[in-house]
Write a protein that binds this ligand. Structure first.
Ligand SMILES: [Ca+2]
Length: 172
């Protein structure tokens, strides 16, 4: 019910602020891979489908595998447009928890953050004093909190299970 109320509040704003064409691409999941669950948190934006998985919080490593097994990958946020869209969408959902894993890590080389599919990080949105600090060498995976800012966390410890976003290419 709370999600519905939020959605009702947000939708008129989307009509006012969304650039032409953006709203339709933000709701049309017909071109998303057919095996994805339409009844969950699946949404489409700029030729990419995003699925916010909240029902089974995992470590970053397990979330990454889960997205890949399902034919996608952990979300990669290349710029402010996608960041704003996803942050807005998260605000309409219940049960997200603290935040969501994103496909960003510095596992290969400390301090060199890369998107999981390979590209180096160009546009970032780190929270205050992130990443790094005293435990930076331990914290090699990125969590996006509900305010849209990113924080480095450990990738594979049992006490850090979070929701996550898988992204999928749209069908041609
Ligand atoms: Ca690190």
């Amino acid at each position: 019910m709370r999600a519905l109320v939020k959605l009702v509040c947000v939708l008129p704003l989307m009509f006012i602020t969304a650039p032409k064409g953006q709203l339709s691409s933000g709701s049309d999941v017909t071109k998303c891979p057919p095996h994805l669950n339409r009844g969950g948190n699946l949404i489409a934006f700029h030729n990419t489908c995003y699925d916010v998985v909240t029902y089974d919080p995992l470590t970053w490593e397990d979330a990454r595998v889960r997205c890949q097994t399902n034919g996608g990958r952990l979300v990669e946020i290349a710029g402010i447009t996608t960041l704003s869209f996803l942050t807005g969408y998260l605000s309409t959902l219940d049960n997200v928890g603290t935040g969501v894993w994103i496909g960003l890590d510095d596992k290969d080389q400390e301090g060199l953050w890369r998107w999981d599919s390979g590209p180096p990080l160009k546009s970032s949105h780190w929270g205050p004093e992130q990443p790094g600090g005293f435990t930076g060498w331990l914290d090699d995976c990125a969590l996006m909190k509900l305010d849209g800012f990113w924080y480095d966390y450990q990738c594979d410890v049992f006490y850090q299970h979070f929701s996550y976003i898988c992204q999928y290419d749209m069908l041609k």
